[in-house]
Design a protein around this ligand. Sequence first.
Ligand code: ACO
Length: 309
Amino acid sequence: MKAGVLGTGHYAPEKILTNKDLEKIVDTTDEWIRTRTGIEERRIASDDENTSDMALKAAEDALKEADLTAEELDLILVATVTPDQPFPTVSCILQEKLGATKAAAMDISAACAGFMYGMITAKQFIESGDYKHILIVGAEKLSKITDWEDRNTCVLFGDGAGAAVMGPVSDGKGVLSFELGADGSGGKHLAQQDEHIIMNGREVFKFAVRQMPESSVKVVEKAGLAKEDVDYLIPHQANIRIMEAARQRLGIDESKMAVNVNHYGNTSAASIPIALSEAVKKGKINDNDLVVLVGFGGGLTWGAVALRW
Ligand code: ACO
């Protein structure tokens, strides 16, 4: 028995902030943002819409797809660096709002790699037999820690939430292998200082174009498979050039990589589960496909999973 994904969900706020809108706020151009990052627009949560509100909508969507009720959940994990407040955690707020009365709840803080850390934590509880159904949510309201006067960072980020319900699966399906890592020495390159995100874009870029391809290949090899076996790649949606590096290293066709960075920007921990949920709903992932999910983030952190769907 392995741990697999039983259902996925996502939610993005209604308000769209385009590159053209940003041209009016900072000294930038639509052309610069598109060519350097692949981003065209991002979603921004309303003032009264908090991280837990977005998490709730994504979670409900995932439970519906999994055909489970909230009461069947044993554990709720929420990956976020923008919780409503330090405590109570987003996972506890979500537990109450969902009515998941039997579930334990905790938040995970690993920046953009948070959802990968959540999946691997869930896998341990499920494969040990201790828990059966675990909800993992990646949810972020990055707009509240974005410095709207800093063109180096404000063009990159967006708000949203994605979720997956994991549980036991059979027939060789589920998580085949994983890789998690951290390098605290690189933490200074991407951080929240006082109220805002600060970033050394070039250093983060160098780290990411090395780490994403390396981790993607590693999980495939750890699963005893070859790059050619990969059917679908879901990379963290930070920058199309970084994502392309991973795709090219795996040698897979463009049509086999999830891309929504153009519409959402970088939604940190929410990016991988939003992309996963969209891919599932669009029918891009089929029964028995080998799916690779890979992310990197502030910390620095990274994580990848090879999953038989
Ligand atoms: N519009 C116009 N010019 C800009 C903008 C902007 N929005 N932002 C920066 N510039 C300028 C800079 O001032 C700089 O000018 P200078 O050379 O005169 O000093 C120049 O553009 C920067 O050029 P590069 O550094 O060569 O730009 P690069 O091609 O590296 O792209 C980018 C920058 C997009 C930030 C890239 O480095 C990147 O994507 N890095 C990774 C960022 C990332 O993924 N962060 C999220 C990590 S995940 C998480 O945990 C949140």
